[in-house]
Design a protein around this ligand. Structure first.
Ligand SMILES: *[C@@H]1O[C@H](CO)[C@@H](O)[C@H](O)[C@H]1NC(C)=O
Ligand SMILES: *[C@@H]1O[C@H](CO)[C@@H](O)[C@H](O)[C@H]1NC(C)=O
Ligand SMILES: *[C@@H]1O[C@H](CO)[C@@H](O)[C@H](O)[C@H]1NC(C)=O
Length: 686
């Protein structure tokens, strides 16, 4: 008897050491400050040997690439110090809970038995308010309350390192400290900035800000990490001093710190607010109708300078928290209604990641939404990357889809692209949209022609903007002619799943072409081209009838589409079917939908249905596209297995869209942090 009580005690102890709950799941990486291609800091958190999912466990927050961007948090309670964030030495506070919503990551700690500390990382999403969305800033709100009924003497400390300003840790940084109104800030930059330059995917230009409320309770310091953190852990306050020795990021690691004295904290609690972000006046360059040149960051249309933007953002917290919570609730209500709690586990993890690849530029009259492909490569405005996530843009605000497609129309309509089919991207490396005047972009002719036509109609339908279709009719027609040529028997080419290789006669790609032609018929009808409308629909119907013969293995039980026409045993996820439903075309017969719904459960593995018979990996964006148009049971199967994967994957990278269906592992690092995960919103626009 006593033996088992000891065993029980041991079990309890180890349980309380790893007691954090994770709600709704423990994601592979937790978004901390994720708002743009360059403000993208995460906590590695997945189930591998290195990480526990706890912010206080001694792991550095890192850029999406995995390079550490040090961000440190200490709290001093009645003279005793605890770490709640980062890899610096010290006793860790005990994380008891982690929760995420679409815009917030919330960590709750017990600091000894004395106080509870809640750290809320809020990266707002403002799809309908471009002034607020244009700011590349994120909040950290720290709330401390007594746990034991007594009042406690509490100081909160936090710093960032110069790692945030360049991917080259040997490059020299420069910094300053100041106040503006009631905001105290550190400003940190690369000493020799390179406009539009990147190093290890980090921006090499612009000013970083770390800010809090100015006042008697706030002290600041910059200097070597050990000195600055030591000043706090010795005294509970900082020296109000600046390190004047500008030097390399990795030379005695300069850090930029604040300490906030909350003094007597009782059970009603007391809090401190920090803002972190990047101000770049020029955000991208691209080939517009008027030629190649810089495009200003959109925030410049609303704010005179960096400090005006910073003060507005820092002072706007109550509003932004309220609005973010409203957005979170909307995503939650819509997701639960469409696919249940498991579906919300997925959508709410992908929202910040998707928006976090984008950057608003231009002017109030003529804004653009640019994005970076991220990790697979640095391509800008890749058509088959916005295609999977365009349901999220339509859900959030259809205008955003138009602002994303606009640069493609500008370049191709002004004669800056020689091919007859649609261009793949507007530039090989973000933030330089240099175009492809030599026509030598990655060729995905059928894929991109279909995508442009489908997305353009999707925007026009939801924004009720048929004028847009008329404006771009000529080039849409040029792309549709390509679909007539190539859709029935697609030549050997790449589809968006280019990592899987070239293939001829791809059934799913062919279907995209046919749905694209049916969509073009609707575009023609909406823009007064009735003859074209008839011709495109007739061709599409003719092709689809033949496709139903050559693209389906009718001898299989259950029947299913094949991966490529002449390989009867092959199969793949028929995700392009989604566009037929999305656009309300009623073009593909229900029997095809039913057949695929019956088939997928027969090839389901632990975490998903493989993308196709060539590999065991899958793409979670395409799975959810397939789920969106499947029967209730099949949809539920896709969703629950993906939600389980989020919680169980051994990856600790920002969510990958490519995963092994048997192990849940991430094959390589080329598919992390990409915006395509926004394909998860596919159910929400049907
Ligand atoms: C976190 O989630 C749990 C479980 O759903 C809930 O009880 C708790 O109130 C949440 N905490 C916060 C801070 O949202
Ligand atoms: C973008 O172009 C600029 C020159 O205008 C160059 O200095 C910079 O390195 C380029 N950026 C990338 C990421 O290639
Ligand atoms: C595509 O399929 C058709 C019909 O089976 C066949 O005639 C043609 O050779 C195939 N194309 C290629 C490139 O394999």
């Amino acid at each position: 008897m006593w033996i088992s009580s000891i065993a029980c005690l041991v079990a309890l102890t180890s349980f309380s050491n790893a007691a954090s709950t994770f709600s709704p799941a423990r994601p592979p990486a937790i978004p901390l400050a994720v708002r743009s291609p360059y403000l993208s800091t995460w906590l590695p958190a997945g189930r591998d040997a290195e990480t526990s999912g706890e912010l206080s466990a001694g792991v550095w927050p890192s850029y999406w690439t995995g390079d550490a961007t040090a961000w440190t948090g200490f709290v001093r309670v009645d003279g005793r110090n605890y770490r709640w964030m980062g890899g610096a030495d010290g006793d860790g506070a005990t994380q008891v809970a982690f929760n995420y919503t679409s815009t917030q990551s919330i960590f709750t700690f017990h600091v000894g038995d004395a106080v509870e500390l809640t750290a809320t990382f809020l990266s707002p999403l403002y799809p309908n308010d471009f002034k607020r969305q244009s700011l590349v800033f994120s909040y950290l709100h720290v709330d401390v309350a007594s746990l034991d009924g007594n009042t406690h003497d509490v100081q909160v400390y936090t710093d960032i390192s110069a790692e945030w300003v360049s991917g080259d840790r040997t490059s020299k940084a420069t910094w300053d400290y100041g106040t503006t109104g009631d905001v105290a800030f550190h400003k940190i930059s690369k000493a020799a900035p390179v406009s539009f330059g990147e190093s290890r995917d980090q921006a090499e230009w612009g000013n970083w800000y770390y800010a809090t409320n100015a006042g008697d309770a706030t002290t600041y310091q910059s200097g070597p990490d050990v000195d600055v953190r030591g000043a706090f852990t010795d005294d509970g306050k900082l020296k109000n001093s600046k390190d004047e020795d500008f030097r390399a990021i990795n030379d005695r690691w300069p850090v930029f710190a604040f300490a906030v004295d909350l003094s007597s904290v009782d059970s009603s609690g007391s809090s401190a607010l920090f803002s972190i972000g990047l101000c770049q006046e020029q955000a991208v360059q691209f080939s517009s109708r008027n030629g190649y040149g810089p495009s200003p960051a959109l925030w410049k249309s609303y704010f005179e300078d960096d400090l005006a933007a910073l003060s507005f953002f820092h002072g706007d917290f109550e509003t932004e928290l309220r609005d973010a919570s409203t957005f979170d609730r909307k995503v939650a209500d819509d997701s639960i209604r469409a696919g249940g709690e498991d579906y919300l586990t997925i959508t709410s993890l992908t929202a910040r990641q998707t928006f976090g690849a984008t950057q608003l530029t231009g002017t109030e009259d003529k804004p653009y939404l640019f994005f970076k492909e991220i990790s697979s490569n640095g391509n800008m405005q890749t058509v088959d990357v916005v295609f999977p996530f365009h349901p999220f843009l339509l859900y959030a605000n259809p205008q955003l889809l138009k602002l994303t497609l606009e640069p493609h129309y500008e370049i191709q309509e002004s004669g800056q692209y020689p091919n007859k089919y649609a261009m793949h991207d507007i530039g090989t490396h973000f933030p330089n949209g240099t175009g492809h005047s030599d026509g030598a972009d990655e060729p995905m002719p059928l894929e991109e022609c279909g995508n442009m036509i489908i997305m353009t109609l999707a925007y026009a339908q939801r924004a009720d903007d048929n004028d847009y279709l008329g404006t771009h009719y000529d080039i849409l027609k040029q792309w549709a002619e390509y679909l007539i040529e190539d859709s029935l028997y697609p030549a050997e080419q790449l589809s968006t799943d280019d990592f899987a290789g070239h293939l001829a006669n791809q059934t799913n790609l062919a279907l995209k072409g046919m749905v694209g032609l049916a969509a073009m018929s609707d575009i023609a009808a909406r823009s007064g081209h009735d003859d074209d409308a008839t011709r495109y629909l007739d061709t599409a119907k003719d092709y689809l009838a033949q496709w139903q013969d050559i693209g389906i293995n009718k001898d299989a039980t259950p029947t299913h589409t094949v991966l490529s026409y002449n390989d009867r045993e092959s199969w793949g996820i028929l995700y392009n079917l989604y566009a037929d439903k999305e656009l309300g075309l009623n073009f593909v017969p229900q029997t095809i939908y039913d057949q695929q719904s019956n088939f997928y459960p027969t090839v389901m593995r632990e975490y998903g249905v493989p993308l196709d018979t060539r590999h065991t990996y899958t793409k979670n964006d395409w799975e959810l596209w397939a789920a969106a148009v499947a029967s209730d049971d099949t949809r539920g199967m896709f969703i629950s297995n993906l939600a389980a994967w989020i919680d169980e994957t051994p990856s600790n990278q920002p969510m990958t869209d490519l995963l092994e269906t048997d192990t849940g592992a991430q094959p390589g690092l080329q598919f992390r942090a990409r915006p395509v995960v926004g394909g998860a919103f596919a159910l929400l626009i049907l």
